[in-house]
Design a protein around this ligand. Structure first.
Ligand code: GLU
Length: 400
């Protein structure tokens, strides 16, 4: 349509958001669907955080705030970075946006010029490449091999850096694989980055708190202080505190970058919701008792899902270190025909047929840049997961 901008041709709608919408509409039609697509905790936001939100309404904290966050929230974020990551960020080094998504978008819009390259390890979260393109840049992909737990190697990173590289977007534990980089694995990468002073690092730590026993979370600016001045450390309350709908993400970084991001936000959304900001203060400053049982629940579900998927003919599922996703390979299912007669030529065919024939919704691997695979979000009840695994096993057994 000539009326629409040429930029739109460079991007696609978010496949994760689209699947969430599709599942909702199929359920509304009365279909028996198990949604393992949406990347959001199934828990309710803890009571004390909800109370803080209600209090903010009662107390009339319902007006515009400073564009990139109220002072109280910046103080809570500063304390969080010091407490959890041994990082010092003063209030003018902190920005708050409408979810981690807006924070990433602001950073890319504030820094990319046409032709700038951004290194994105694959499999990647669906929005990284398209946000880079929307901001005028070019994503450059490095594939993390399944045999290496989907982690990229220092050699791969070195080979991907060019004079045009502006950012590395880094995400551990990863959406969509759950792969986590130990402090030692991070060191291998940061040594490469230290040799290339023109490359900035966007560390997306959204799944920091969902880390399983045996894996120690660390963030880039923490393990490599030499990179602190060119790292944007991004985080948010959505996943850790079951607050996806409140839309609060934040970041710490160099003052000039934060100011540039504020300028972008001042001309788009202005401040994130005032009520959500007060709830986020409580999430970060209040009791953290919610976290440990949530991680235990996710750990139990991870093992249930990994074992269940590995019992399916044609599927191989590695065991991830964190987040609430697994990313099984379906290499053994390609070239087959489903019981319902669908030809399985790629992972999109697999996921479509699985939805149509068994009512299980998962996101196909091509959306995350590494095929043939699919992503399962196991942030749903054990009963639903058990039923979904029975259906996936039946679906795979029916392939011929
Ligand atoms: N981050 C979540 C996911 O990957 C939420 C949806 C989105 O924003 O992509 O499913």
């Amino acid at each position: 349509m000539p009326f629409l901008s040429a930029t739109l041709d460079r991007v696609k709608p978010s496949p994760t958001v689209a699947l969430t919408g599709l599942v909702a509409s199929l359920k509304a039609e009365g279909r028996d669907i198990i949604g393992l697509g949406a990347g959001e905790p199934d828990f309710d936001t803890p009571d004390h955080i909800r109370e803080a939100g209600k209090r903010a309404i009662e107390e009339g904290k319902t007006r515009y705030t400073a564009v990139d966050g109220i002072a109280e929230l910046k103080a809570a974020i500063s304390a969080k970075f010091a407490r959890d990551n041994s990082l010092t960020y003063t209030p003018d080094q902190i920005t708050v946006g409408v979810g981690g998504k807006q924070v990433l978008y602001n950073a890319l819009m504030a820094t990319l010029n046409p032709g700038d390259e951004v290194i994105v390890p694959a499999p990647y979260w669906v929005s990284y490449p398209d946000m880079v393109r929307l901001a005028g840049g070019e994503p450059v992909f490095i594939e993390g091999a399944m045999e290496n737990g989907f982690r990229i190697t220092p050699e791969q990173l070195e080979a991907a850096i060019t004079p045009r590289t502006k950012w590395l977007i880094f995400n551990s534990p990863s959406n969509p694989t759950g792969a986590g980089y130990s402090p030692e694995a991070l060191k291998g990468l940061t040594e490469v980055l230290e040799r290339h002073p023109h490359v900035w690092i966007l560390s997306d730590d959204m799944y920091e708190h969902i880390a399983f026993p045996g894996f120690q979370f660390a963030t880039i600016a923490e393990v490599a202080p030499a990179l602190y001045d060119r790292t944007l450390t991004v985080n948010g309350v959505s996943k850790a505190y079951a607050m996806t709908g409140w839309r609060i993400g934040y970041a710490g970084g160099p003052v000039e970058l934060i100011a540039a991001m504020r300028k972008i936000q001042s001309q788009s959304t202005s401040n994130p919701c005032s009520i959500s900001q007060w709830a986020a203060v409580e999430a970060l400053d209040g009791s953290q008792d919610f976290l440990a049982p949530a991680v235990e629940t996710f750990l139990r579900r991870r093992d249930l899902v990994v074992n269940g998927l590995n019992a399916c003919a044609g599927i191989t599922c590695p065991t991830p270190e964190g987040a609430f996703y697994v990313y099984p390979s379906i290499a053994g299912c390609l070239g087959k025909i489903s019981a319902g007669g669908a030809a399985i030529g790629n992972d999109e065919d697999f996921c479509k047929a699985l939805l149509e024939e068994e009512g299980v919704a998962v996101v196909f691997g091509a959306a995350f840049g590494l095929s043939p695979a699919f992503r399962v979000s196991y942030a749903t009840s054990d009963a639903q997961l058990t039923e979904a695994l029975t259906r996936i096993q039946r679906f795979c057994a029916g392939l011929s």
